[in-house]
Design a protein around this ligand. Structure first.
Ligand SMILES: Cc1ncc(COP(=O)(O)O)c(C=O)c1O
Length: 393
């Protein structure tokens, strides 16, 4: 590990009103629970971000901001360097987060009661973005062979019907942990082009990919596909700054971009906020070395998790992720009622996970672990789980 960045440092988040820490400890009232659920990491943001936000805070005047050209330039440079994707400033629009952007897309590009396709089990706000706006979820379930997930494109073909032709893609996929291979995305892209399917491609986890895998930007695969794709990007997962609530959408299709922006304007939020804009730019412009140090640390965590489960809690199986700092744990071997599973971990192990069921009924008997934390915290959580599982038998 780079000595410059200390990912082993235990961060005391008490007093910062962290959702991740407050919810299991204060709301669910398990005072010493280790939180391993919502997707933020227990690491300090890159020094470049902390410094930029501090400098801006010291100015002391926090009026309405503009989004400076350097904001877009930092993202453009990042997408080119890390993902080989060349985009232009006039293809981009700042948004207060990817989840808001998904909601805007649903409202902008479909009508009430229209179907919107998602590949389940999937990040639960995808369902909310569809259902809360009065649209209909159409499931294109992933195939699971007991070890890994793949897309079911034959099923997808049968699910595309007029008039609502929209798919929200999760790439890399949360919570399945898949980094879709180029051939998989190309096959999906061919269907999208043939059937005039609008794809909203949520690529927020695109920088968090493990050796042996490579992220491919869907819209970069063909110019036709790019014309019917909206790509969502953000530094929020990569650099652990989701609380700065700033993301961007990218599309080379001016009509899609304009329709999106009109909807964002109707929602009343189109200016952005001071620290989010500053943090977004600083992360892309100055966070790369930090990220290159983080990735081996996260890989070390997932290696440790895999070994620990295999050696000491073999009744729980890891679905090893190809990307993201999130992983599914197949806990069906514990033979607990699916409704009791997360409660068992919280009350008996004092570790709080995301319940698999929130991502879809396919994940009954699974939980999702967030291993984006100092190794010592992961070790402590696993030892607590081991003791709780032993006490079951
Ligand atoms: C697939 C996916 N999209 C979006 C988000 C959140 O995006 P934002 O905080 O920008 O709304 C997450 C967070 O976990 C995620 O996993």
């Amino acid at each position: 590990m780079s000595p410059k960045y200390d990912f082993d440092k235990i961060m005391d988040r008490t007093g910062t009103e962290s959702l991740k820490w407050v919810y299991p400890r204060k709301v669910l009232k398990v005072e010493d629970a280790i939180p391993m659920w919502v997707a933020d990491m227990d690491f300090e943001a890159p020094p470049a971000v902390v410094e930029a936000v501090r400098r801006r805070a010291e100015h002391g005047v926090f009026g309405y901001p503009l989004v400076p050209p350097s904001f877009y330039a930092a993202a453009i440079e990042w997408l080119k360097r890390r993902h080989g994707w060349e985009v232009r400033k006039d293809w981009m629009s700042m948004t207060p987060g990817i989840v808001p952007a998904l909601n805007y897309c649903v409202r902008a590009f479909t009508k009430r009661a229209d179907p919107v396709i998602i590949q389940t089990p999937v990040y639960h706000p995808f369902y909310y973005a569809i259902e809360n706006n009065g649209r209909r979820v159409v499931r294109n379930p992933l195939r699971f062979d007991g070890r890994s997930y793949t897309m079911d494109l034959d099923d997808l073909r049968t699910k595309i019907d007029a008039p609502g032709r929209m798919l929200i893609l999760c790439s890399p996929h949360n919570p399945a942990g898949r980094v879709w291979r180029r051939e998989e995305l190309e096959a999906l892209g061919r269907i999208a082009v043939e059937r005039d399917l609008l794809v909203v491609s949520d690529e927020v986890h695109h920088d968090l990919v493990y050796p042996g895998h490579r992220h491919h930007v869907l819209a970069s695969l063909s110019p036709e596909l790019a014309q019917q794709t909206i790509t969502c990007i953000a530094p929020s997962k990569t650099f652990n700054i989701p609380g700065l609530a700033t993301a961007a959408i990218v599309s080379p299709n001016p009509d899609l971009l304009k329709t999106f922006e009109d909807e964002a304007e109707r929602s009343g939020f189109d200016l952005g906020q001071v620290f989010g804009i500053v943090g977004f730019e600083a992360a892309y412009a100055g966070g790369e070395e930090w990220l290159d140090a983080l990735l081996p640390y996260l890989k070390g965590n997932v290696d440790f998790l895999e070994r620990f489960l295999a050696d000491r809690i073999p009744r729980i199986r890891l679905i090893r992720p190809e990307g993201t700092y999130l992983a599914l744990l197949d806990c069906r071997g514990l033979r607990l009622e699916p409704t009791a599973l997360n409660d068992f971990f919280l009350k008996k192990a004092r570790v709080y996970f995301s319940d698999g069921k929130i991502f879809g009924p396919e994940l009954e008997g699974f939980v999702r672990i967030n291993f984006g934390c100092p190794r010592a915290l992961l070790v402590e959580a696993l030892e607590r789980m081991e003791r709780a599982v032993k006490a079951l038998t």
